[in-house]
Design a protein around this ligand. Structure first.
Ligand SMILES: Cc1cc2nc3c(=O)[nH]c(=O)nc-3n(C[C@H](O)[C@H](O)[C@H](O)COP(=O)(O)OP(=O)(O)OC[C@H]3O[C@@H](n4cnc5c(N)ncnc54)[C@H](O)[C@@H]3O)c2cc1C
Length: 357
């Protein structure tokens, strides 16, 4: 089957790029698993925090804000950073970088009553962090692709890729797809897909991050609690539908695979969280892990490969794939469509695959 744009990967990267590209031509998106958003995109903490990431990521976060708000994807969460009594210097530096206001202990425990005054010496807060309705984002992108006459197909593993006179041909067990433009949005498998196409990899490395879901600590109503972050991102906790998600926030480099939580890493992370609160962790309801995939400079890779005509990278989303998606997808469509991107030229340069060649 011939189409204008072939997108490999049915996570938020491929779906959001596909939704924008569908405005320019016919999109066929191919996802290996039987459901969209099965890998990293189904396992995130679903937070929008504009100040999280390196400068080009922050630029994408900020440029994505209106689309998130206008789409109704955000609901208020807020973010609180806590640190031990002997960590004042590091706390002040991190709080300043994240634009947090200092809180005294009364203010902090008014927001999160289980904070332990004996171990929490410093707290800072801002309300500028939101929950993202990630499921709806994924579904809305798939709908947008279909509304423009395209397809988002599951159960379609790409097993071989070759160049043709007009672009690219992609093999799946169910047949061949051809297009002028191929978008590599394969998440942890982005380098694998590039190699399949005979394109040199960029050094995109998946890093595992685990997560546990706990019953509401002390039976509290968690709805209004902000996300709680340990100093230097050594753990975090976030309310989620009446439960508490706690992550050890590890970054362990791994081969691409269907990730699962590491019990020891999880236990150590839960202990770091537990040290800052008065309620012990008595039970885990469930745990999982996902892969956050980073380019060597930890910045997304968006644009045409300078060595392979029609081969587009939409990869390296790291821990920012949802919050950056609207602006990242727009940039990709602008570059592929030959339009002047709305983002600053230095941001576009920081994101281009050329920087890694
Ligand atoms: C624990 C955790 C917490 C996170 N928290 C946040 C957060 O709060 N906010 C935020 O913005 N981001 C967060 N992230 C990051 C975010 O989840 C990712 O950046 C994003 O999901 C990456 O999307 P993706 O589409 O690139 O990858 P994926 O969702 O992994 O999608 C890639 C897809 O490509 C498919 N694929 C690969 N190879 C092939 C092939 N050969 N043929 C067909 N299909 C193929 C895979 O099956 C996969 O479904 C978090 C991630 C984790 C793990």
């Amino acid at each position: 089957m011939t189409t204008d744009f072939l997108v490999i990967g049915g996570g938020i990267a491929g779906l959001s790029a596909g939704a924008r590209l569908a405005e320019l031509g016919r999109v066929t998106l191919l996802e290996r698993e039987t459901a969209l958003g099965y890998h990293a995109s189904g396992r995130s903490a679903a937070l929008y925090e504009a100040q999280y990431g390196l400068p080009a990521t922050i630029a994408l976060n900020i440029a994505s804000g209106d689309a998130h708000r206008n789409g109704g994807y955000l609901s208020p969460r807020g973010l609180m950073l806590v640190a031990g009594p002997d960590e004042g210097e590091a706390f002040r530096a991190e709080a300043a970088a994240m634009h947090l206001d200092p809180l005294d202990m009364n203010q902090a425990t008014a927001m999160i009553p289980i904070l332990n005054p004996a171990t929490v010496g410093f707290a800072g807060y801002h309300e500028g962090a939101w929950d993202i309705d990630t499921d709806r984002m994924l579904q809305d992108c798939a709908k947008a692709i279909r509304a423009h006459g395209g397809q988002a197909l599951t159960g379609q593993e790409v097993t071989a890729i070759r160049r043709t006179d007009n672009g690219w041909a992609v093999e799946t067990p169910n047949g061949t797809h051809e297009a002028r433009t191929l978008v590599n949005a394969a998440g942890a498998w982005a380098d694998t897909v590039a190699q399949m196409a005979g394109v040199a990899p960029l050094g995109i490395v998946p890093h595992r991050r685990s997560m546990a879901r706990l019953p509401a600590p002390g039976g509290h109503d968690l709805r209004a609690w902000p996300m709680l972050l340990g100093l230097n991102e050594t753990w975090y906790a976030k309310p989620d539908a009446g439960k508490l998600l706690v992550s050890p926030a590890e970054e362990h480099a791994v081969e691409p695979h269907d990730a699962w939580a590491d019990d020891m890493v999880l236990a150590e992370g839960l202990a770091r969280y537990e040290a800052m609160v008065t309620e012990p962790v008595t039970r885990l309801e469930t745990s999982w892990a996902g892969l956050r995939s980073f380019a060597p400079d930890r910045t997304l890779v968006l644009g045409l490969d300078p060595t392979a005509p029609g081969f587009v990278w939409c990869a390296g989303q790291g821990g920012y794939g949802f919050q950056t998606a609207p602006a990242a997808a727009q940039l990709l469509a602008d570059l592929v469509g030959g339009r002047q991107p709305a983002l600053d030229a230095d941001v576009v340069r920081a994101l281009t695959p050329d920087r890694l060649r």
